[in-house]
Design a protein around this ligand. Structure first.
Ligand SMILES: Nc1nc2c(ncn2[C@@H]2O[C@H](COP(=O)(O)OP(=O)(O)OP(=O)(O)O)[C@@H](O)[C@H]2O)c(=O)[nH]1
Ligand SMILES: [Mg+2]
Length: 339
């Protein structure tokens, strides 16, 4: 990271890292390029910013004849409580899992490289849902030019490996290393882990730290799954949290929703209008330590701007008390927003 970057640049960079919307990101990249100090020490940074601008511009332009990108979209605006990407070597069962969890009918094949495009789907869990993105396999033979863009909005990933495959540990390591070359760092840390540092707050602005859950798939197809999984865990230096599943039979899948809920620190907030009961069907979701302002902003940006106070209900703690926009919320809170 080059020294002596101006405060103006740092502000723009911090905003870029937080931004989710591709248009907003593009705008902020342009600002970064405008204000970055122009000298030898920032040559690399300038080049990186320029290439991201080009990628995003192409992405936003959509498919066009002879354009840099023709074909289906590669990134998806986040929907639901979180966006989770499916990553892994060819043929490990990503699409089978995607179909099983989201009902996407994602194309499944007995041969590698079945999936060629990114495909979103919603995985219901309790009264919320997660957005799962099925992706083509990560391999040295077929690099995915748009992979960094695709993973930009993701909150985490499932690294799916095939327990039947003799070299499954090596393949998982290869996936990790190939992604690292593209500045995507698979991280064992999830947001609510003890001492979890906001790793992407510093360092290279284009490095993505992706919380990773290792999903050992196809346990139905090995003779002694317990022993195989143990051997797998002993042998691998991939110290990611691990679950073992069968995407085909569905074994082990029931744990995924809760696991993500806890590790991401999802907080559900229910809203009500004055004089009416709360809508307990469709919560808004924020993250641990989230505040009233964020919920208002999810409903409407104008609402967040004009918010005067909120009334809050939390069994045993609050019964309609007035709180301000910066009041922090807990899972299950009910809010009535007043402007
Ligand atoms: N026995 C068994 N087979 C599975 C399981 N999950 C997937 N398969 C099989 O593995 C093969 C590959 O499945 P896909 O879901 O297409 O794998 P993929 O990771 O999406 O493959 P690519 O798109 O090529 O990367 C298919 O023949 C699936 O039926 C499982 O849990 N058990
Ligand atoms: Mg696939």
């Amino acid at each position: 990271m080059p020294a002596n970057l101006s405060p103006e640049y740092k502000t723009a960079e911090a905003a870029y890292k937080r931004a989710r919307d591709p248009r907003e990101r593009l705008e902020l990249l342009r600002t970064m390029l405008r204000v970055v100090p122009k000298h030898k020490g920032t040559d690399h940074l300038q080049a990186d910013i320029k290439s991201r601008i080009k990628e995003l511009t192409d992405e936003l332009a959509g498919p066009k004849k002879g354009g840099a990108r023709s074909g289906p979209p590669t990134t998806f605006r986040q929907e639901g409580a979180a966006q989770i990407a499916l990553l892994g070597p060819p043929n490990s069962g990503k699409s089978t899992l995607h179909d099983r969890l989201t009902g996407s009918h994602a194309l499944v094949g007995e041969y590698p490289f079945t999936t060629q495009h990114a495909q979103p789907g919603m995985m219901p869990f309790d009264d919320i849902s997660y957005q799962l993105i099925d992706l083509p396999p990560i391999s040295a033979e077929h690099p995915i030019p748009w992979i960094a863009n695709a993973l930009q909005p993701a909150d985490g990933c499932l690294l799916v490996v095939d327990l039947c495959e003799a070299g499954c540990i090596e393949r998982a390591i290869a996936v990790r290393d190939l992604l690292a070359e593209r500045k995507i760092v698979l991280s064992a840390r999830w947001p609510t882990d003890e001492g979890a540092a906001p790793e992407d707050q510093e360092g290279d602005p284009f490095t993505i730290h992706l919380p990773t859950l290792l999903v050992v798939n196809k346990i139905d197809a090995v003779r002694d799954p317990e022993q195989q999984i143990e051997a797998f865990e002993d042998l691998t230096d991939l110290h990611y949290p691990t679950v073992s599943i069968s995407a085909t039979t569905g074994a082990g899948l029931e744990r995924l929703g809760t696991w993500l809920f806890e590790k991401l620190g999802v907080v559900r907030v229910y809203t009500k209008t004055p004089g009416k009961p709360a809508d307990m069907e469709r919560p808004y979701t924020i993250r641990r330590d989230g505040i009233v302002h964020e919920v208002a902003d999810l409903i409407h940006h104008d609402l967040a701007e004009s918010l005067k106070f909120a009334r809050i209900w939390r069994p045993g703690t609050y019964d309609g008390q007035h709180v301000g926009a910066d009041h922090s919320l807990m899972d299950g809170d009910v809010l009535e927003l007043h402007t």
